[in-house]
Write a protein that binds this ligand. Structure first.
Ligand SMILES: Cc1cc2nc3c(=O)[nH]c(=O)nc-3n(C[C@H](O)[C@H](O)[C@H](O)COP(=O)(O)OP(=O)(O)OC[C@H]3O[C@@H](n4cnc5c(N)ncnc54)[C@H](O)[C@@H]3O)c2cc1C
Length: 292
């Protein structure tokens, strides 16, 4: 199925979607297709595939998007970053996405490669995501649905939330059609974010990104890089379970179910799950939420 996410929005008030990352080995990729097959039985509205910070998995994003679309007849979204890419390289990737009839792009600036502190655009590349949005619109009209990333707590390198909101508004004015958020664990942060966006006149869907916690140490490491707050409640629950995989996974499912129910009650227009390429947590959360 080669549907645009914005067309799906026209039919559904809430969407439930899954995010995968490209494994590094062919064996890992085959395992991912088995995971996607299992999770596809839940009936997700779309799936997305992340784009590596650099190196070997970048081409794999296209291959996996095309294959998932073909095998499972589901709408896919290709993440794309500006990291290390000139305009002509970005054009070649987008041309290939178009040739594969992939209709959805999550447009991102990306982060500096490992070991590099300061963000620098590539020669003849883009400095900010909104410029990539413009590039997509200028070259492909409305062929692609374009999503952008949102940061309910503010982007780690943005001085304050008000400035972050203004930057997000610019991304939307430059062609972003919906927002998928960074993970967060305190739902009041999401509600306050919606309020800020509403006050700025941003009207697109803001789909919360949900991480089912499966490792306390992994979570601390990730949140340290992306700037998301690990709440006291999360520390209290997961620190004690650290090292016990089974107990952490079960508590992660319980936590996510509570968080998701509350988000849906607050009017969230769906949920986007960071699956970490695992089947079980999302399958169980989906079942307990009664998502049809
Ligand atoms: C749902 C989701 C999926 C992601 N997927 C990936 C992925 O697949 N691959 C990957 O490498 N990374 C991914 N990321 C991480 C993302 O690339 C980083 O967080 C990156 O640092 C910011 O990207 P952005 O597109 O939000 O950048 P931008 O919106 O360009 O913002 C980057 C910084 O510049 C500032 N800024 C933005 N616009 C302006 C402006 N007009 N003027 C001045 N300053 C401005 C912002 O405040 C921010 O501090 C994802 C993030 C999320 C939330």
């Amino acid at each position: 199925m080669n549907r645009k996410i914005t067309d799906i929005f026209r039919e559904k008030e809430k969407t439930f979607s899954l995010e995968f990352f490209p494994p590094k080995t062919p064996k890992g990729v085959e395992q991912l297709y088995r995971t996607a097959d299992e999770l596809n039985k839940l009936g997700p509205d779309f799936v997305s595939v992340t784009y590596g910070a650099g190196g070997s998995t970048r081409g794999a994003t296209m291959e996996i998007c095309a294959e998932i679309q073909k095998r499972f007849d589901i709408a896919v979204m290709h993440h794309l970053t500006c990291v290390g890419h000139s305009r002509s390289e970005l054009k070649a990737i987008l041309d290939q996405a178009k040739a594969n009839n992939i209709r959805n792009i999550l447009s991102l600036r990306g982060d500096p490669p490992k070991g590099v502190e300061i963000w620098e655009p590539a020669p003849d590349g883009f400095e900010y995501c909104y410029q990539l949005n413009d590039f997509i619109r200028d070259n492909y009209g409305d062929f692609f649905s374009v999503g952008v990333a949102g940061f309910p707590e503010g982007h780690i390198h943005c001085p304050d939330k008000a400035t972050d909101t203004k930057h997000l508004k610019i991304k939307i004015e430059h062609g972003g059609e919906f927002i998928i958020t960074q993970l967060f664990f305190d739902n009041t942060v999401y509600s306050e974010y919606l309020e800020r966006l509403k006050n700025e006149g941003v009207q697109v869907r803001v789909i919360p990104g949900i991480l089912p916690i499966t490792s306390y140490e992994g979570l601390l490491k990730f949140c340290n890089t992306c700037g998301a707050t690990v709440t006291q409640e999360v520390h209290d629950i997961f620190k004690l379970l650290s090292g016990d995989e089974q107990a952490t996974a079960e508590a992660g499912i319980d936590f996510a179910v509570r968080q998701c129910k509350d988000l849906l009650d607050r009017g969230a227009p769906g949920l986007h799950f960071f699956t970490l390429n695992k089947t079980e947590p999302v399958r169980e959360i989906w079942k307990r939420l009664g998502i049809k």
